[in-house]
Design a protein around this ligand. Structure first.
Ligand code: NCD
Ligand code: ZN
Ligand code: ZN
Length: 338
């Protein structure tokens, strides 16, 4: 039997939601030690005090080591951000262009309005996580990330050269190249963007459980992501972007964006890395590069993955009156976590 033992992974981009959905999904990330918890609740997590309170709810729900983030708005107080960071309440701040994705309405419309916060973060060493898509109606949805790189990310990089940036869930060759070529910037890559491309979502019928933002791109971009993830380059690391929505909100005339991947993330990644002949690079991607980017130590404990018969996975997970559909790559998975 084939086995692989690696340092215990962390998830550098995770949505745990709140209330009953939080109670359902928090235990589903148990393979991971730490996770960056995204702040796009309704209402969003905008102050240090709200992040501290949310952190307690996450721990109570069953995820022991959450790393909290603040949702950047045009009203964010630079002093509150720096105080929360110095007190160890938050690990990073998240920039959502207003309207770019789920619960982003309170995000940033005009970068000019948040310059004082960005300058204070650069000065204090607070990392900035970015959902990198423009929101202009006239920009094609498949071009929104590449356009953001040119119009927003490159100028930000130049204006705040010491600001530590995480380009979240990169989905294009353009974003991968930008991250490679610039300093003080790393990127998370999701499970679904490594496993799938837009054909999986759209050819032969529209599959809502593949719909997420940034949207799945053509296969050449998927190949660029696979190359980056399996290359051993420490700038690229796992952020599952596991983003649960109730099944009824996914299977709807206006489908919510997000794939719920957390329970099978490691099985999917072992599959991808094996296909790429790069199982020896899996540990770096899941367990070493992320901590290094955030200036943290890797986890001391390990997990062991085992290859065997095809996994028998549930289609849905139900608890606390909530139902979520598990991401299904469309083919069997053989790796499981012991
Ligand atoms: N990725 C998604 O498609 N959805 C995320 C938001 C995000 O990470 O952009 C969500 O919160 O549902
Ligand atoms: Zn996002
Ligand atoms: Zn996300």
């Amino acid at each position: 039997m084939e086995t692989l033992t690696i340092r215990r992974p962390d998830d550098w981009h995770l949505h745990l939601r709140d209330g009953d959905m939080l109670r359902l999904v928090a235990p589903q990330s148990h393979h991971f030690a730490r996770a960056i918890i995204m702040p796009n609740l309704v209402p969003p997590v905008v102050t240090g005090a709200q992040a501290a309170a949310y952190r307690e709810r996450v721990i109570t729900a069953g995820f022991a080591q959450p790393l909290m983030t603040l949702y950047l708005t045009e009203a964010t107080d630079p002093a509150d951000v720096v105080a929360a960071y110095k007190a160890g309440v938050i690990t990073a701040v998240k920039l959502y262009p207003a309207g770019a994705t789920t619960n982003s309405a309170s995000g940033v419309r005009d970068i000019e309005a948040v310059r004082p916060v960005l300058a204070a973060m650069e000065e204090a060493g607070v990392p900035l996580c970015i959902h990198g898509e423009v929101t202009d109606r006239e920009i094609d949805i498949f071009d929104r990330e590449a356009t953001f790189v040119d119009r927003t990310l490159a100028p930000l990089r130049n204006a705040y050269p010491e600001l530590k940036i995480t380009s979240e869930h990169v989905t294009t060759k353009e974003a991968v190249d930008f991250v490679r070529e610039n300093k003080n910037i790393g990127a998370t890559i999701t499970v679904q963007h490594l496993m799938a491309n837009r054909n999986d979502m759209l050819a032969g019928g529209m599959r809502p459980h593949f719909y997420c933002l940034p949207i799945l791109k053509r296969s050449t971009h998927q190949e660029a992501l696979r190359e980056a993830a399996t290359s051993g380059d420490p700038k690229f690391f796992l952020g599952t972007d596991s983003a649960p929505h109730p099944t009824h909100a996914k299977e709807a005339t206006c489908c919510a964006a997000g794939c719920f991947t957390a329970p099978i993330a490691l099985s999917c990644l072992a599959h991808v890395f094996e296909e790429e002949g790069a199982l020896d690079k899996l540990e770096g991607f899941t367990s070493l590069h992320g901590p290094a980017h955030y200036g943290l130590e890797p986890n001391e404990d390990t997990v062991t993955l085992t290859k065997g018969a095809a996994l028998d996975l549930p289609e849905e997970i139900e608890a606390h009156g909530q139902t979520v559909t598990l991401f299904d790559p469309g083919h069997p998975l053989h790796w499981s976590v012991a």
